[in-house]
Design a protein around this ligand. Structure first.
Ligand code: CAA
Length: 248
């Protein structure tokens, strides 16, 4: 993994920062790709990773825009070199029961959470196959496995990610490219901390390990799957949810 170039979409978000940090600590040069224009958050991100020096940089992208994804990848490959690791971490929620859900809530979540995965992979998978190496890691959600009240849009996108992951994994398995997903449970991120407190308390009470997840709990699994010697793991989904949902 030493000096591999990694892109993490949603790179300055709740899980993204921990993922970027873990990949940098494992020796990668990391691009945290996220929406432009939120100067306070970008500055806070830069401050939080300052001691990793030039191993992590910020690049703007809107994953909902197919062409913007191509421009990001072109820019990174020109400036840094071939991208070996892609982490699709960009995700949003627009929670509402279906009876109250607007078309715009549906479209926003599907466009960012699922179309964004398509766009990033579509632009990168060819070059990865040509080079005979690639690690693609899609950040899904336990709610894509179980469904969740108020999340028909989000759960549909996150469950869709699994079908996408398994299909692409088969297409590129002979080319040295692995494609896996991780299904985080409830972790300490802004996304989760904005759930109304009474609802969140009930959710945490149902987590067998008795605590909410930390972003680092997810990041260590990303680093594991991204490793050069993880080439026999593909088309898999790794749940990291404190025992909240178990399946085999
Ligand atoms: N199961 C069953 N019934 C429920 C329920 C639940 N979980 N939650 C609420 N209800 C019931 C309510 O009691 C209420 O019943 P009555 O009409 O009989 O009074 C009815 O359903 C309507 O509920 P609300 O008034 O709460 O509806 P609302 O429109 O105000 O809110 C909601 C709906 C915004 C979806 C809200 O319930 C909510 O925020 N839920 C949390 C959703 C959630 O867990 N999101 C996860 C975000 S984090 C994430 O996504 C990261 C990740 O990957 C894990």
């Amino acid at each position: 993994m030493h000096d591999r170039i990694a892109i993490v979409t949603g790179g300055i978000g709740g899980l993204g920062v921990a993922i970027c940090t873990a990949l940098a600590a494992a020796g990668c040069r990391v691009v945290a790709a996220d929406l432009a224009g939120r100067e306070d958050r970008i500055a806070a991100f830069r401050a939080s990773v300052a001691d990793l020096g030039d191993r992590i940089r910020f690049e703007p992208v809107d994953v909902a825009d197919f062409d913007d994804c191509a421009r990001l990848i072109g820019r990174v490959e020109r400036d840094l070199g071939p991208i070996g690791i892609l982490v699709n971490g960009a995700g949003i929620t627009r929670d509402a029961t279906l009876r109250k859900m607007d078309r715009a809530h549906w479209d926003a979540v599907l466009t960012v959470n699922l179309d964004g995965v398509f766009s990033m992979c579509r632009h990168l998978v060819g070059p990865m196959c040509d080079r005979g190496h690639g690690r693609i890691i899609n950040i899904s959600s336990v709610n894509g496995q179980t469904g969740q009240f108020g999340q028909t849009n989000y759960a549909a996108a996150k469950a869709g990610m699994h079908g996408f992951t398994m299909s692409l994994a088969r297409e590129v398995a002979r080319k040295g490219v692995t494609v896996n997903s991780i299904s985080p449970g409830y972790c300490r991120t802004d996304l989760v901390m904005t759930i109304p407190e009474d609802i969140r308390r009930d959710i945490v009470a149902r987590i067998p390990v008795g605590r909410i997840g930390e972003p680092s709990d997810i990041a260590r699994v990303v680093a594991f799957l991204a490793a050069d010697d993880a080439g026999f793991i593909t088309g898999a989904n790794i749940p990291v949810n404190g025992g909240y949902f178990m399946d085999f």
